[in-house]
Design a protein. Structure first.
Length: 373
């Protein structure tokens, strides 16, 4: 196999020179701007390869020694692997481009400004296209609703929300990445769903690594007048839950695992899977970048998550992530953390409220009323 670099003023010129020398079978391996030390040879570098001829063509003779043949086979395998990786990358890029592309041609003009608003909110493009299609299909000359109201109705219809807490004994565990706000959420839920609802409440902390967080939660529990236990050994969790069976509400705080702690994360997930009576809710910061938020959510898929809580709504203006992740996971949103103040900055998730957040300043009382219909 022959591999050689060619330099020219353009990629096409370099490729043409390669094929003049190596023949039309020359395979393009890489093209890039020429490095500074080779810039005098041309502005672009093209790396081409010519595989050994399977027909015995003497133009590219095969190595004559076993060592040469082994080296050639290794080069071929390496080149093949690199080409396969390159093809996979190109396929992924094409998939992303296709999935994220919404043709302006198929967006009705009356919905174009709404499409821009939804894109600014970082709602997934496939959802935007579907919502606009459905809203446009509902529109007619006799419709009493504006395009904005029609879109709001459709947006509200795809948002699943469930903040209910059972009247009997309920155990809720909050899991999620570090810094998501699980500890403050526990305190807020203890105040709202426990003390304010006159439920006997116990807070359990499994976060033995962050002593400060546990002590902070202990202080909150003392202020609220609810029970608190720090569980230093996770194997004790089933026994402690049995002891708390007379409590109406048990809230469990868990550590935020880094990606390097995947094994510990799986072990805790297994413990919750073995205890189906515990309702696991995934806490995600809305201020996190879309790609990072999805990666974090996928990391916690080992847990039997039933609902989603979104926090740090006060730190972003793009709320489409909430709907994206809820739709992707097919799980309802239970609560929204709207700020750092305990216990006030938490509210039950509501489809109309979330739709208004996504649509931001475009929302009007009439729009919200239409969405609620």
């Amino acid at each position: 196999m022959r591999i050689k670099s060619f330099f020219a003023a353009s990629v096409d010129a370099a490729l043409a020179e390669a094929r003049r020398e190596l023949g039309p079978e020359a395979m393009l391996v890489q093209s890039r701007p020429a490095p500074a030390e080779a810039r005098a040879l041309g502005d672009y570098e093209v790396v081409c390869a010519l595989l050994p001829s399977e027909t015995g063509d003497t133009k590219t003779p095969l190595p004559s020694t076993p060592g040469d043949r082994a080296g050639n086979a290794s080069d071929v395998r390496k080149l093949t692997s690199e080409l396969d990786a390159l093809r996979d990358t190109v396929a992924r890029l094409q998939s992303v481009i296709v999935s994220n592309q919404i043709s302006p041609i198929r967006t009705p003009p009356q919905f174009e400004s709404i499409r821009v608003a939804l894109a600014d909110a970082e709602l997934h493009p496939s959802l935007i296209g579907d919502l606009i299609d459905r809203a446009a299909a509902e529109q007619s000359d006799q419709s009493p609703f504006t395009p904005e109201q029609l879109l709001a109705r459709q947006l509200t219809s795809i948002i699943a929300a469930d903040a209910s807490v059972d009247a009997g004994q309920t155990a809720i565990a909050l899991v999620g990445p570090p810094g998501a706000g699980k500890t403050s959420c526990i305190a807020k839920l203890a105040a709202r769903c426990g003390v304010a609802a006159r439920r006997s409440t116990e807070i359990l902390s499994l976060d033995e690594h962050r002593v400060a967080a546990s002590e902070q939660l202990r202080a909150y529990a003392s202020i609220l007048g609810v029970g608190f236990r720090l569980i230093s050994d996770r194997t004790e969790l089933p026994h402690v839950l049995d002891e708390c069976r007379r409590k109406n509400l048990v809230l469990i705080d868990t550590p935020g695992f880094s990606f390097a702690e995947a094994e510990a994360c799986r072990e805790l997930a297994a413990a919750f899977r073995a205890r189906s009576s515990v309702q696991v809710q995934l806490v995600l910061p809305c201020s996190m970048r879309a790609a990072d938020l999805r990666r974090a959510a996928e990391f916690y898929e080992a847990f039997p998550v039933r609902r989603l809580i979104f926090t740090r709504l006060d730190e972003t203006a793009a709320y489409g992530h909430m709907i994206n992740e809820s739709v992707r996971q097919k799980k309802p949103i239970s609560f929204l953390g709207t700020g750092p103040v305990i216990p006030d900055d938490i509210e039950p998730a509501d489809p109309v409220r979330i739709a208004d957040l996504v649509l931001k300043a475009r929302s009007t009382p009439a729009w919200a009323a239409a969405a609620a219909v």
